[in-house]
Design a protein around this ligand. Structure first.
Ligand code: ATP
Length: 622
């Protein structure tokens, strides 16, 4: 099979986590370096500036040595003034170059951060619905925002700083050896000592960083759920504010403790590194002072030597610190790259066929589908054919697989067996974008963005004129209501459209579908939120809209589908009956029972109904 289902392609997973240990796979440094590659030219320039500043910074101690050993003994006032001038000019020049360099560096860093966020966003946009049903939105947001922000320091300093500091260390070592090789040996000898704890500290910090980001992601997810309108409503209805506050408090405390540990770990190490400076200086003065007493060394040389020591130990400490920072950040890079590398479960075929305006014939050819390969299939060997312009209705008990079935048409999920075709073309062989452009959904949950009515409508048709918007809204019987709002079409509908009533939101969604002008219309419980009066209006509008379009309707209220060209009765993933309303009633099977149940006012599909339905044994062949 060309498009065999592979559940493993949904690569969403939480970082592997056991107890307070977060293990992350190793991120090679080359992968991190790859982020800098597009800025290679600019980086070379930035590094040249940094090196220039570093080299200029090497000169003042030599000037001091010259003052002490040459200008003062020679009583050369002119040279003294010039040397003093240089002592001011050199740091100023080095400072100006540093500012320029850090300005350019910030630009590169922020571009890399923006690229990361953009890359994550576009890869998330490519993901199939299966990814979003398996993830928590807070976790997704966290990775794009907080995780990217968490690596900013490393991205800023990793290339420029490590190279600059390395150059400072190397040039200083060369100068020290040139000044006095024996003293230089003593100065350099203590450096390797400071490298001993680096590995251990890096490992602990990396683990803590991964754990912190994971807990932060949980916290973001909780915030998203608790303060989303649906979660906030549910919380208040069940009065769970206090328990949610407790849960938040616990997570908040966990973040606090982790951040404290993260900041404190390695403090002893840093203290150790900072004591190297005074230790080295003391040894140099001890040994050098003795050499001066013996007349083997000039005072200027020893002062210059001591001045260089700070240019050795401090950048060396920075380099070690940088190594720890990079290793720590690898835990976050891992989380970012995990999302970057995710492959969508539903993809465009390489040789995708174009799909111009379709006639609207829909064929299900022996379709099977399961959300999870290990679970029982949700749809089993479903076959049916809908001619262009026909209206078919799907009915059946809750959980039978009706919503699942319609999601396969626009490839929100891919079939696990068989094929779904439009105008005879397998939907997996055509451009997804063109396929979806032919289909409009009006679903049970009519989602609206936190934007104006106009913007929400234009989501279906970019650039639609005011006339087109009003026309669509009139057809959906919502124009008068919108026009009566103080800001009319500029009214903000609130997140998820919660400033509108359920029925109003549904009518707005219908207007959006009208604007979309699709060949195929899918109505999932499209009129369930409406009162009888507005339902009548909307049914009228929908019949207009459905003219000439292939329509698939899922409706629990059977009164709305009496005129369907074909009714498919779905039960446990199979089509068990099919035909017109009258034919199905005559069968006296499940449809007849659902119909009867509904008109007796029962809303549930009961066990007794199921038992009775099984009696006539009229399971239609699929
Ligand atoms: P209803 O009339 O109540 O909306 P339905 O006939 O539309 O029900 P579906 O929503 O298609 O039924 O669900 C069919 C089965 O698939 C159910 O058992 C449901 O639990 C399962 N299911 C639905 N969505 C998912 C999902 N994203 N992941 C796993 N299982 C799912």
């Amino acid at each position: 099979m060309r498009h065999a289902w592979d559940g493993s392609t949904i690569r969403y997973r939480e970082p592997k986590h056991s107890g307070d240990q977060t293990e992350v796979d190793e991120v090679p440094f080359s992968r991190i370096w790859g982020l800098f590659r597009p800025y290679g030219g600019r980086l070379v320039f930035i590094i040249s500036l940094a090196l220039g500043a570093a080299i200029i910074g090497l000169l003042p101690p030599l000037v001091i040595q010259r003052i002490i050993d040459v200008s003062i003994p020679a009583r050369d006032t002119g040279a003294l003034i010039m040397m003093a001038g240089l002592l001011v000019a050199l740091p100023v020049l080095s400072g100006v170059i540093s500012v320029w360099q850090s300005h350019l560096n910030t630009q590169v860093t922020q571009s890399i951060m923006a690229n990361l966020r953009e890359g994550l966003f576009s890869n998330l946009q490519r993901q199939s619905i299966s990814f979003f049903t398996a993830s928590r939105s807070g976790e997704v947001i966290q990775r794009v925002t907080d995780d990217v922000a968490a690596i900013q320091n490393v991205v800023t300093s990793v290339i420029v700083s490590s190279l600059t500091q390395a150059v400072i260390v190397v040039t200083t070592v060369v100068i020290l050896f040139a000044l006095d090789w024996q003293l230089a040996l003593i100065a350099v000898f203590i450096l390797p000592l400071s490298m001993i704890p680096v590995r251990k500290v890096s490992k602990i910090r990396k683990r803590l960083r991964g754990e912190t980001q994971r807990v932060r992601a949980n916290m973001s997810s909780q915030l998203g759920e608790v303060f989303g309108i649906s979660g906030a409503t549910l919380t208040r209805i069940f009065g769970r504010e206090a328990s949610q506050a407790e849960q938040f408090k616990a997570q908040n405390k966990q973040v606090m403790n982790l951040e404290i540990r993260l900041n404190l770990v390695g403090r002893w190490f840093f203290m150790f590194v900072t004591t190297l400076g005074p230790l080295g200086t003391a040894i140099i003065y001890l040994y050098g002072g003795y050499a001066v007493m013996q007349g083997e060394m000039s005072i200027g040389a020893i002062v210059a030597f001591a001045a260089y020591l700070s240019r050795l130990y401090q950048p060396f400490g920075t380099l070690l610190n940088l190594q720890i920072e990079v290793n720590t950040a690898k835990a976050v890079f891992q989380r970012i790259f995990e999302y970057m590398d995710m492959k969508p479960a539903v993809t465009n075929p390489e040789d995708a066929l174009p799909l111009p305006q379709v006639m609207g014939r829909i064929t299900f050819d022996n379709v099977s589908f399961g959300y999870d390969l290990n679970d029982e299939a949700v749809l089993k060997h479903v076959s049916f054919d809908v001619q262009p312009g026909e209206m078919i209705a799907l009915v059946g008990p809750s959980g039978a697989g009706k919503s699942t079935l319609i999601q396969l048409i626009s490839r929100l999920y891919d079939v696990t067996g068989g094929a779904v075709c439009i105008d005879g073309l397998d939907v997996r062989d055509v451009q997804i974008k063109e396929l979806r452009a032919q289909i409009a959904y009006v679903t049970q949950e009519s989602f609206m963005f936190h934007a104006t009515v106009r913007d929400n409508l234009r989501f279906a048709k970019k650039g639609a004129t005011q006339g087109e918007l009003e026309n669509a809204c009139r057809q959906a019987h919502i124009h008068d209501l919108i026009a009566s709002l103080p800001q009319g079409y500029d009214t903000i509908v609130g997140e998820r459209g919660h400033r509108l009533s359920g029925g109003e939101r549904q009518r707005l969604a219908i207007a959006r579908a009208i604007l979309n002008d699709p060949r195929i219309l899918i109505l999932d419980e499209a009129t369930s939120h409406l009162d009888s009066e507005s339902e009548a209006y909307v049914q009228q509008a929908l019949s207009e809209l459905m003219k000439g379009r292939t329509t698939i309707v899922i409706a629990h209220r059977l009164s709305t589908i009496l005129t369907a060209d074909q009714i498919l009765v779905v039960e446990e993933g199979c089509i068990v009956e099919r035909g017109h309303h009258a034919e199905l009633l005559k069968l006296d099977g499940l449809y007849a029972l659902l119909y009867e149940t509904q008109f007796q006012g029962k809303s549930e599909y009961s066990e007794s109904t199921r038992a009775r339905a099984a009696q006539p044994k009229i399971r239609a062949s699929t």
